[in-house]
Design a protein around this ligand. Structure first.
Ligand code: URP
Ligand code: ZN
Ligand code: ZN
Length: 493
């Protein structure tokens, strides 16, 4: 008999959440999970998930979409191609960046970003902010107002001349975030160290892409990581160090966590599956593997894998930064392009989950529950989305990916749905693929076909993040300077 109370049933599922795995049937009504039971009668739309895993839809909380880089280059993916690509890879929510460049008003940046996303996104989305100009107006009015409207996290840069905050500005932003309950994501690399090395490399004629990794020495990353951890301690404010690549940065974060500092970490596929050797290719081909920080060596890869399973990293994101191998992105000066000219970043929205499922879960490096935590649940908790997303539970949005754990795929750029034209993972064979992807109860992708349309995705306002905050030792909150500062806004004046 047909189940008339439900819009969609997914039956005979092995349901995997971060906390537990169970067998059962899932019933969806009005875009939300209405019931999970041992056995349900089929609804008009019924999916037999026998032999498959049903996982929460992935949340990619670090991706650059329809965004201008510091040097004025537009990403190759707009909200349509990016969200289609994400959906094919099992992701149902993305959190890209409404990026403020210097002189821009944050509310206007957010308004413009909504205009870009609304008509195009096929899956749900939320926005972080990038703060590059923390003016008194931004700190006193715009940021608190935007945080209260659901933009509860922002990324700041310690590198890139046109984006970086100096240490005082970084403290201003951290102090405000601590007060308002927002989470600051930090791109931690020492700008002057990178510039100093790069100038000398170029002066010596070393212009090839592989010198990008030489200029971005791991010490530039570990120094900046250490510095921002000290700032986090000084202000007793949580920080999340994004795209961590080097073994020393991993260890700095781990050591601080052991002390009780509320420092969190994110890593990305490029630090698990690539090394600096991948950048060393003939001509300018290595540009397709250049991102910041760059992929490192085997020891760092191993440390990053370990950090994923021992709790150093809470989130695994793509840092999808899509630039084509032409004058619009990687080769702005044609064959004269040096490692300093090209756009930084690699694509990863679509392959983020399949790569980790194949090489992490199926090769026994992590459990499938850890996979769910690192790819969905922790993102929802860290970024204030857990009231809607990140788990398969009654009352939450029906965001799910049904995985065929045996499907073998040979990765090739022609099969990826982004607008980049290459993939750094070309030719690799992986096992496991999210064959059916559901967002708010809508089947978005099924068996290689896109079902959802432009503009079907919704903007999701976020709450202030919090539940994942670690216990801190009392000593961490007792800084002498605090007893002399009377107003909470004092440090922003
Ligand atoms: O190389 C990268 N990661 N480009 C994107 C911007 C950023 O720093 O995350
Ligand atoms: Zn970054
Ligand atoms: Zn990024």
């Amino acid at each position: 008999m047909m189940n008339m109370e439900l819009d969609l049933t997914i039956r005979n599922a092995v349901i995997v959440n971060a906390a537990q795995t169970m067998r059962g049937d899932i019933g969806v009504r009005d875009g939300r999970i209405a019931v999970i039971a041992d056995s349900l009668a089929p609804a008009a739309q019924d999916i037999d998930a026998a032999g498959r895993y049903v996982l929460p839809g992935g949340i990619d909380s670090h991706c650059h979409v329809e965004q201008l880089s510091a040097s004025g280059l537009m990403t190759a993916d707009d909200f349509y191609s990016a969200t289609v690509s994400a959906a094919f890879g099992g992701t149902t929510t993305i959190i890209p960046f409404a990026a403020q460049h210097r002189g821009m008003s944050l509310p206007k940046v957010v308004e413009d970003y909504h205009a870009a996303a609304g008509p195009k996104a096929v899956i749900d989305y939320s926005f972080h902010l990038i703060v590059s100009d923390p003016t008194p107006q931004a700190l006193a009015t715009d940021l608190p107002d935007l945080i209260s409207k659901g933009y509860t996290s922002f990324k700041v840069y310690m590198t890139y001349d046109k984006l970086k905050l100096d240490d005082g500005q970084l403290l201003d932003v951290l102090e405000l975030a601590g007060r308002a309950g927002a989470l600051v994501m930090v791109h931690a690399e020492n700008n002057d160290v990178i510039k100093w090395i790069a100038q000398r490399l170029l002066a010596n004629g070393h212009t090839a892409p592989k010198f990008h990794a030489v200029a971005h020495d791991p010490l530039a990353e570990s120094e900046a990581t250490h510095r921002v951890i000290q700032f986090s301690r000084l202000l007793d404010t949580p920080v999340l160090v994004v795209h961590v690549s080097g073994i020393e940065a991993v260890r700095n974060i781990r050591a601080a966590q052991t002390l009780g500092v509320r420092v969190y970490g994110e890593t990305c596929p490029q630090y698990l599956f690539l090394t600096a050797k991948d950048i060393d290719r003939p001509g300018l081909d290595g540009a397709m593997f250049c991102c910041s920080p760059p992929p490192r060596d085997a020891a760092s890869q191993e440390a990053v894998w370990e950090g994923l399973t021992n709790g150093t990293f809470q989130v695994y994101s793509s840092d999808h930064a899509p630039y084509r191998f032409d004058e619009t992105g990687k080769l702005p000066k044609g064959d004269k392009t040096t490692f300093k000219d090209m756009a930084n970043g690699v694509p990863g929205l679509e392959l983020r989950l399949p790569l980790l499922f194949s090489e992490g879960v199926l090769k026994g490096r992590m459990s499938i529950k850890q996979f769910v935590a690192l790819t969905a649940t922790n993102h929802a908790q860290m970024y204030g989305l857990a009231h809607r997303k990140g788990s398969i539970a009654v009352g939450l949005d029906a965001d799910m990916a049904i995985w065929d754990a045996e499907k073998v795929t040979k990765i090739t750029a022609g099969n990826i749905h982004d607008n980049v034209g290459y993939t750094p993972y070309e030719g690799r064979e992986i096992t496991g693929w999210p064959v059916t992807v559901i967002n708010r109860g809508r089947v978005v992708v099924d068996d290689g076909k896109l079902i959802a349309g432009r503009g079907d995705g919704h903007f999701i306002a976020r709450k202030t993040p919090g539940p994942l905050r670690m216990e801190r030792k009392p000593a961490e909150s007792m800084r002498l300077f605090k007893s002399f500062i009377t107003s909470p806004e004092a440090s922003t004046k």
